[in-house]
Design a binder for this molecule. Structure first.
Ligand SMILES: [Ca+2]
Length: 435
């Protein structure tokens, strides 16, 4: 863009040849300029003028050239930037919607995951709350146990005393002891004939000298009567001097007592319901067979008693054979681990007891203890059969006794006792004709 000095000289030569008028006007001076004064400049004047202003003009031109070069560079840079932007950012219109869809799905997944975690946290909080309550409960129990332990430790510091008083007299049964003069009920050792060793029993002796040997006692449900064959054989529970504990004397001992001689025994069953009413039932010639015969129940006759004769079976109205299949005389003893009943199943296992089961029972004094008396199929557990302390000729099979006991006395003594009280026994025994 810069004009060379040679070109300026050519131009001035032209101007000099055409502008020769002495007074410069627009007509005779083509380069009239006030900086030349009132005359059209000569060659030297123009040359001086040019020499004066050329450097400044050259600088201006150089400045202009630089500016143009910068603009040119800037344009190139801009074009390069555009090119690079196009290269880097290539819009893909076809894939854009999918990208948006993918991001939306991811967002939903994240939200779902957050909700899931929140639910998990809430569930864990509930679990923690539940466990915390158990922990607090256990702490309370532990504290109670520690307190109890401390009390027991304090008691253990005291000297041990045997408070059980055992009477000195002995005999072959409690009536024998009473016959020897004993008039106090309590714990005695007896030794039936043909028995190698004596064993402890509770004797109930009245002022008239009647001596009852107690073979079973139910009174508060403190003893679990769901026991196996060996336990029923040997006996379980506790004998106490005041007879305030539950027990089963043991089939072997009952067998030994009732078969020790030709002297027949009588069995008395005494019951008490939850209203305080009592009743009893007496059976003559009561005895148990050997273990080999599964301690079979045998008696001759129901002597009497307001409890009724449940051992003879009961017609429940379910089936004509009810009475036959719920009678007990002649039945072998059964426990949950020794099924000797007449039932396809296991009566003793279903009813949780040991007893002379038929198919299964009408009297069941080793049954489950139900406080209050009345109980239901639901209370009876999975089997759903009547399994309480039952004597159906007095109360229904869905009523369980508050108290029950079974006790022995030589039959002759019972006959005298019954004869003096009522006389019903005479008729019962008269039918047998064997007393
Ligand atoms: Ca069976």
């Amino acid at each position: 863009m810069k004009l060379k000095f040679g070109k300026w000289v050519s131009l001035l030569a032209f101007l000099f040849s055409t502008c020769t008028a002495y007074v410069a006007t627009r007509d005779n001076c083509c380069i009239l300029d006030e900086r030349f004064g009132n005359y059209c400049p000569t060659t030297c004047g123009i040359a001086n003028f040019l020499n004066t202003y050329q450097p400044e003009t050259d600088r201006d031109l150089q400045v202009l050239e630089n500016i143009l070069q910068q603009i040119s560079n800037a344009s190139a840079l801009t074009e390069e930037l555009f090119r690079q932007i196009r290269t880097v950012h290539v819009p893909d219109q076809s894939t854009q919607p999918n990208v948006v869809t993918t991001y939306a799905q991811k967002s939903r997944d994240i939200i779902d995951e957050i909700i899931r975690y929140e639910n998990t946290i809430v569930a864990h909080e509930n679990t923690i709350q539940f466990l915390t309550e158990i922990l607090i409960s256990n702490h309370d129990k532990i504290a109670a146990l520690k307190k109890k332990t401390a009390q027991l430790e304090a008691q253990c510091q005291q000297p041990c005393q045997d408070t059980v008083q055992i009477q000195e007299l002995t005999g072959r049964d409690c009536q024998d002891i009473a016959n020897k003069g004993a008039r106090q009920s309590g714990l005695y050792f007896i030794k039936p004939q043909k028995t190698k060793e004596q064993f402890l029993v509770y004797c109930e002796i009245d002022s008239s000298g009647n001596g009852w040997t107690i073979i079973q006692r139910r009174l508060d449900g403190s003893e679990d009567f769901r026991k196996n064959w060996i336990q029923y054989k040997e006996g379980f529970g506790h004998l106490s001097p005041n007879d305030q504990t539950e027990f089963w004397l043991g089939n072997e001992k009952i067998h030994l007592i009732t078969t020790q001689s030709t002297v027949p025994y009588a069995l008395r069953i005494e019951l008490e319901d939850w209203s305080g009413q009592t009743s009893y039932a007496d059976y003559a010639h009561f005895k148990l067979g050997t273990e080999a015969d599964k301690y079979r129940l045998m008696y001759s006759v129901f002597v009497g008693g307001d409890a009724g004769d449940a051992f003879d079976g009961f017609d429940f109205g379910d089936d004509p054979s009810d009475k036959f299949f719920t009678s007990h005389n002649g039945m072998q003893f059964s426990t949950y681990d020794s099924d000797n009943d007449k039932f396809d199943g296991n009566c003793a296992d279903q009813d949780g007891s040991g007893w002379w089961m038929n198919k299964c029972h009408a009297g069941h004094l080793n049954g489950k203890y139900y406080k209050g008396g009345d109980y239901t199929v639901k209370d009876a557990g999975p089997a759903g059969y009547d399994n309480g302390i039952i004597w159906v000729t007095w109360h229904s099979r869905w009523y369980s006794m508050k108290k029950a006991s079974m006790k022995l006395i030589p039959f002759s003594r019972l006959a005298a006792l019954e004869g003096g009280q009522a006389g019903g026994i005479k008729q019962g025994l008269g039918n047998r004709g064997d007393i």
